[in-house]
Ligand binder design. Sequence first.
Ligand code: ZN
Length: 286
Amino acid sequence: MNRFRLSRSRPAQSGRLLRAAIPRRRDRGYSIFIAILFVLTASAFGQWRTIVIDAGHGGHDRGGVPGQRISEKDKTLDVAQRLKRILQADGYRVIMTRDSDVFVSLGARVAIANSYRDANFVSIHFNCASRVGANGIETYYYRSDSASLAASIHRNVVSSAPSENRGIRRRGFYVLRRTSIPSVLVECGFLTNPTEGRLALSGDYRERLAEQIARGIRRQPAPYVRALTPSLRSVSLGNDFVRVPAESFSRRKRSSKSARYHRSSKSRKSESSKPKKKRQKKSSED
Ligand code: ZN
């Protein structure tokens, strides 16, 4: 009997050991499989899951016009950081060209963007103008593969803001022209305008801007489409986007620092060589 018991208990014992060992091995294999699957899936979806956020200006470059009361660099960074949190919560991989108050050259911003082959680039700015009445939101792109992203972001931002719709425009600003990934630059309102300046000072409003930009990145439809403001078509743009005529170098020299900041010399030349009428028509079409 003892022998019988022993002979039965041994296999039972070794079976238990075996059962205990096999699942551990299976678990390990399963974990590795899941990890590989995760990496493959992440890289497959990386095409639209990586966003390079570019907070305009920074460090010694405050943005805007000299003596501007509200510093543009702080507001762009704040919106960028809010956008970063929102996108990360959505599972996006977010790369910041700057995450603190430091100066980053345009070349460095572009280099960062171009090191993420399958990413989208979103540059955040606020506008300024010598005329305090100038207001509204406008969005820029250069590459044709950026047009739909620009439209998606613009429609969402404009739909939630109590600001005019200044339209979507195609311009060869440095960070749009030199980036090799879909790139958009959004001007979230005029800091020199009393109403929009006051809004920009509100954390709630900046959160809303970030949420709307995120909606645009996710390609969500805008709650409603705000019509392009016809009266703004002929209004001169803020200093970030002064149209500089190529035929007058001296006039170009007088253009603001921030206007030059956004433009490559090449783009200034090619853009300004276009007839003025045609350019105005183009922006109103957008
Ligand atoms: Zn700016």
